[in-house]
Design a protein around this ligand. Structure first.
Ligand code: UDP
Length: 416
C-alpha cells in the first residue's frame, strides 16, 4: 500500500540527532519504519525547517521524508504554525494529485487540518475518495482543562480540533481515555480505533548494563521537568517514606540539558525548594537529561519506577520501564490507565496525592515477591503488546479497512 504520513512540526529526521525529538517525532519515525519494513511505501510529509534539506530524504527501507516549504525554512514554534497550514495543504494537494497515495494519516491537529484540506482537493481533481486517518497525540480540550490560561495553543484549536475529529474517516487514538474525549466531540465509536504508542523492546530490556547504585532502595522518575509531570509529588512521597523509616532514594531523570544545565529549567527552583524543605538533599539525585540510549541502565537500577503525572496523553515512560522489567507505580490518568495494569504490572494511585503514592511505594518496596511478579508481567506485556511491529500492524488494519471501502465505493460507482 502507498501511505502518506503528515507530521507538520515533528519530523522523523529530528530523531537522528535525538536532541529536540519528542514523543511525536519518535512515534512517526518508528511507525513509518515499521510500515516500510512490512513492505509498504511510506512518504512522511513534514514542514521544511532547514533550507539545506533536499526535496526528499531517504529515511529507512521503503520510507522517504518529504520536506514541504510553508513559511520560513527555519524552526518555528508549533503554536505559531497555524497560519502556515494553508500553504502546507497546497503543497500536499499538489503532490497527491500528481501521485495519489492509497491512504493519508495526519499526526497532531494542525496536520489533520492540512491533510483533510488537501485530500478534499484530491477528491475533486481525481474523483473517488482519498481516505484520511487522524492521530491527535494530545487534545487541546484536555490541555486547556489542565493548564487553563497557561496553554499557549492558538485559540482556534478549540473549534478546529473537534472539527478535524468529526471529518476524518477514522481516528487512531493512543488510549481509551482519548477515545472517550473524542466521543464527546460527537465522533462515532465505530470510527475510532485505539492503538497505543510502541517502545523499542530491544533497547529497553531487563538485561544489560546497570547504572551505579547505592544500598538504598531506589525510586526513579523519568520526565520533562514541568509541573504536570508530578515530580514534586514523587519528592513529597519520598519525604513521607523517609519519615516512616524507609531507607530510600529518588533519582530524577529529565531536563533539557545535562545535570550542569538544570538551572535553566523553569521548574527546577521549585523542586529544589521541596527537596530542601523536606531535608532530602542527600536522597534525591537530580540527574538532568540522560541520552535515550543510556536510559535502560537507569531503569534497571531502580527498585520501582514512579510515574506521577496529573494528566498524560499517552506516557511512554511506564512502557519503557515495563520493557526494562521494572514495576511501576503510576497515577490513574490518561494513557497510564491502559498501559500499567493495576496489581498486574504495577499499582495505580490517584494523581496529586503524595500520601497515596508513598503508601503504594512503601507496600511494594516491602514485598519483593509481588515486585518480581509485576516485573515479569510488565516485560511480557511490553514485549507482546507494545512492539512497533505490532503497533504498525494494528494501525495498518485501519488503513486497510478504509482502502477496502474506498475500492467498494469505486466499484459501486462504476457499476451504477
Ligand atoms: N527521555 C529521555 N531522556 C530523559 C528524559 C526523557 O530520553 O532524560 C525520553 C523518555 O525515555 C521517553 C520520552 O522522553 O521516551 C518521554 O515520553 P513521555 O510520553 O513519557 O512524555 P512526554 O515528554 O512526551 O510528555
Amino acid at each position: 500500500m502507498r501511505i502518506a504520513l503528515v507530521s507538520e512540526h515533528a519530523s522523523p529526521l529530528a530523531v537522528i540527532g535525538g536532541v529536540d525529538a519528542g514523543g511525536q517525532n519518535i512515534h512517526v519515525a518508528a511507525l513509518a519504519t515499521a510500515l516500510g519494513a512490512a513492505g509498504h511505501l511510506v512518504d512522511v510529509y513534514t514542514r521544511r525547517d532547514d533550507p539545506s534539506l533536499p526535496a526528499s530524504v531517504p529515511f529507512a527501507p521503503n520510507v522517504t521524508v518529504v520536506p514541504i516549504s510553508a513559511g520560513p525554512a527555519t524552526a518555528v514554534p508549533k503554536d505559531e504554525l497555524l497560519p502556515l497550514m494553508g500553504e502546507f495543504a497546497d503543497a500536499l494537494a499538489a503532490a497527491w494529485i500528481a501521485d495519489r497515495p492509497d491512504v493519508v494519516h495526519g499526526h497532531f491537529w494542525m496536520s489533520g487540518l492540512a491533510t483533510l484540506d488537501a485530500a478534499g482537493r484530491v477528491d475533486l481533481a481525481l474523483g473517488g475518495h482519498l481516505p484520511v486517518v487522524q492521530t491527535f497525540h494530545a487534545l487541546g480540550v484536555v490541555k486547556r482543562r489542565q493548564q487553563g490560561a497557561r496553554d499557549t495553543s492558538p485559540a482556534e484549536r478549540a473549534f478546529l480540533e473537534p472539527d478535524v475529529a468529526r471529518r476524518a474517516d477514522a481516528i487512531v487514538a493512543t488510549c481509551s481515555d482519548e477515545a472517550f474525549e473524542l466521543k464527546a466531540f460527537g465522533v462515532p465509536a465505530s470510527r475510532i480505533a485505539v492503538v497505543p504508542c510502541g517502545v523499542d523492546t530491544t533497547l529497553f530490556s531487563p538485561t544489560g548494563p546497570v547504572a551505579p547504585r547505592t544500598d538504598r532502595l531506589r525510586l526513579i522518575t523519568v520526565s520533562r521537568l514541568v509541573p504536570r509531570k508530578g515530580v514534586g509529588n514523587a519528592i513529597e512521597a519520598l519525604a513521607r517514606l523517609v519519615r516512616r523509616g524507609v531507607d530510600a532514594e529518588l533519582v530524577v531523570i529529565g531536563g533539557a540539558g545535562d545535570v550542569d544545565h538544570l538551572t535553566a529549567e523553569p521548574e527546577i527552583d521549585r523542586l529544589r525548594r521541596v527537596i530542601a524543605d523536606e531535608g532530602l538533599e542527600d536522597r534525591v539525585l537530580l540527574a538532568g537529561g540522560i541520552a535515550h540510549d543510556a536510559l535502560p541502565a537507569w531503569y534497571r537500577s531502580a527498585d520501582v519506577v514512579v510515574c506521577a503525572p496529573w494528566y498524560e496523553p499517552f506516557g511512554i515512560v511506564p512502557v519503557e520501564a515495563m520493557a526494562s522489567g521494572r514495576a511501576v507505580v503510576a497515577t490513574r490518568v490518561g494513557g497510564l490507565i491502559d498501559t500499567v495494569v493495576d496489581d498486574g504490572t504495577g499499582v495505580h494511585v490517584p494523581p496529586r496525592d503524595p500520601e497515596a503514592l508513598a503508601d503504594a511505594v512503601e507496600a511494594l518496596l516491602a514485598d519483593p515477591e509481588r515486585r518480581l511478579r509485576y516485573e515479569r508481567a510488565g516485560r511480557r506485556r511490553a514485549a507482546t503488546r507494545y512492539t512497533w511491529r505490532r503497533i504498525a500492524a494494528d494501525t495498518f488494519r485501519t488503513y486497510e479497512r478504509l482502502a477496502a471501502s474506498d475500492r467498494a465505493n469505486e466499484l459501486l460507482a462504476g457499476g451504477g
